[in-house]
Design a protein around this ligand. Structure first.
Ligand SMILES: C[S@@+](CC[C@H](N)C(=O)[O-])C[C@H]1O[C@@H](n2cnc3c(N)ncnc32)[C@H](O)[C@@H]1O
Length: 262
């Protein structure tokens, strides 16, 4: 069975969620505030120490210092993805959101709008400082930024905190992605847990990881939004388990939405 629009999605749970992602939006005053910040980042010649922390950061120039505008143009999420993150956090209203990969803080700022608390991890302390300044400037008080390697930080974060929404946006390798997935399954799994994987089509390894995650026996529902892959464990889902949202045609907002067979 193939559905071409959201209205052909028969699962009430999925229908509600996807309709929210289609029809929801960010309040105008917030969009304007973020646009100002985005422009400031994209034009900033300020230099900070560079650090190679894993796959996904290799689009950055190989030098010991890097301009903020170069980080912004390569690593900062685009408006479309940030809107999805905002709407996902609005829909799930998490008590605790955990983000792997703060960068300049734009995604954490969007996730924080509807999360009680956000913990975000960034391995380059100089980048984390820029994010911290953003949170201060925008008067966002519910984000804690941890300056550490993901693997090291998760060892002390997960025994203390139980995130119900996790956004994985860094170290895009097959091995690391599967490692984080298993860690969250082992240590945070509840029916409420939502995992969001960034860049699932970024490389063959990322797609392989996504395919494996989709087919894990504990996963009850996945939604492939191309830029992001959403993984849920809710028992409400019977079948189909996997959905793919595919942009098509001339109208950018006219999206096809179909369950996939595997
Ligand atoms: C793609 S960027 C994150 C973008 C940000 N979430 C956004 O949407 O604007 C990935 C970030 O993760 C950091 N990173 C990558 N691998 C890491 C690791 N193993 N430990 C800690 N930080 C890491 C990089 O320094 C980079 O700033």
């Amino acid at each position: 069975m193939e559905a071409t629009t959201v209205y052909n999605v028969h699962s009430p749970f999925v229908f509600k969620l996807v309709r929210h992602l289609f029809t929801g939006g960010i309040p105008k005053y917030l969009t304007e505030m973020y646009d100002v910040q985005r422009k400031a980042y994209l034009t900033s010649d300020f230099e900070i120490p560079n650090q190679d922390l894993g796959a996904g950061s290799n689009a950055l120039p190989a030098s010991s210092f890097i301009k903020i505008k170069d980080i912004a143009s390569t690593a900062m999420s685009g408006k479309y993805k940030l809107r999805l993150l905002y709407l996902l956090s609005e829909y799930f209203s998490p008590d605790l959101t955990l983000e792997l990969g703060t960068s300049l803080g734009m995604s954490a700022a969007h996730l924080a709008c509807h999360s009680k608390q956000v913990i975000t991890i960034e391995g380059n302390p100089a980048i984390a400082d820029q994010a911290a300044l953003l949170f201060l400037r925008l008067e966002i008080g519910n984000i804690q930024c941890i300056r550490d390697n993901f693997d090291a930080a998760l060892q002390y974060v997960l025994p203390r905190y139980r995130p119900d929404l996790v956004y994985i946006d860094g170290n895009h390798t097959y091995e690391a992605t599967i490692r984080y997935f298993k860690l969250f399954l082992d240590q945070c799994l509840t029916e409420k847990l939502v995992l969001i994987f960034d860049d699932i089509y970024w490389s063959e390894g990322m797609y392989k990881a996504w395919d494996e995650i989709k087919n894990h026996e504990k996963v009850t529902l996945t939604i492939d939004l191309y830029h992001l892959g959403i993984v849920l464990f809710t028992p409400e889902i019977i079948a189909p388990r996997h959905y793919k949202l595919v942009p098509y045609g001339m109208k950018p907002w006219h999206l096809g939405f179909r369950p996939v067979s595997n």
